[in-house]
Design a protein around this ligand. Structure first.
Ligand code: HEC
Length: 214
């Protein structure tokens, strides 16, 4: 026998064996899956890889249905636990919403608390504090002839101008915005007073700055 013939003959011997084993395993698998459909499917799939055609359609179906039932359970659990957490957003009110309710006439009364230290008319003189004409939108710490604290000068360099948000925060609690300000005023606790006062400050200008929309 020549060298070349050995290989094919060995191969020929192998083919029927392999085919037989394959056939047997096909029969075996069909029988197996028919008897113990659910229980042995994952094992059959992994142990007999040539059986992809028979096992493949079963496997995804089995795992899909498993996932589906899991998902629906998860969703149910998720929706029940997330309900109490969903409440807080309704409590958030924007500055625009607060200021939209401001009444300038009522604000003029609130401004009396400032009169001891501030004038509000155009070109009014500085008192303990600077003149506050057209303060909304004005550059911080720029009233002529007034000597601001170094804290206010620093804040001015960092922030620029009095916008609705920082002005409101400052009037609510001055020292929380400009820690070492020399404005000796505790602040306005009531949101209504703040909204009314800012409506007054806004109107105390030749061209009032538009209210924020959010
Ligand atoms: C006891 C005096 C006093 C009272 C009352 C007071 N302020 Fe002042 N205010 C000051 C002083 C002093 C400054 C300067 C602060 C600094 O330089 O740190 C100031 C600064 C300010 C500034 C910054 C001005 C700018 O040019 O940047 C605003 C705005 C302001 N006050 C608004 C008010 C308002 C509105 C009220 C009333 C609700 C009020 N203040 C009540 C003394 C007072």
């Amino acid at each position: 026998m020549k060298h070349k013939q050995h290989l094919p003959s060995k191969f020929e011997e192998f083919v029927p064996i392999a085919a037989g084993a394959l056939g047997f395993s096909i029969l075996f698998l069909f029988g197996l899956s028919a008897f113990v459909n659910n229980l042995f499917q994952p094992e059959a799939g992994s142990a007999h890889q040539p059986m992809i055609a028979t096992t493949a359609p079963h496997k995804p179906a089995a795992s899909d249905s498993g996932k589906n039932t899991q998902n629906t359970h998860d969703n149910v659990a998720g929706s029940t636990t997330s309900k109490p957490v969903a409440k807080p957003p309704s409590a958030i009110v924007s500055i625009g919403q607060i200021l939209a309710k401001g009444d300038a006439k009522k604000g003029a009364k609130v401004a009396k608390k400032c009169f001891a230290c501030h004038s509000f008319d155009k070109g009014g003189k500085n008192k303990v504090g600077p003149n506050l004409y057209a303060i909304v939108g004005k550059n911080i710490g720029t009233t002529k002839g007034f000597k601001y604290s170094s804290a206010m000068v620093k804040y001015a360099g960092k922030t620029g101008s009095w916008k609705y948000a920082n002005l409101m925060a400052f009037l609510k609690k001055p020292k929380s915005v400009v820690k070492k300000t020399k404005m000796a005023f505790a602040g306005l606790k009531k949101e209504k007073d703040l909204a009314n006062l800012i409506a007054y400050l806004r109107g105390n200008a030749s061209t009032p700055v538009p209210l924020p929309t959010h």
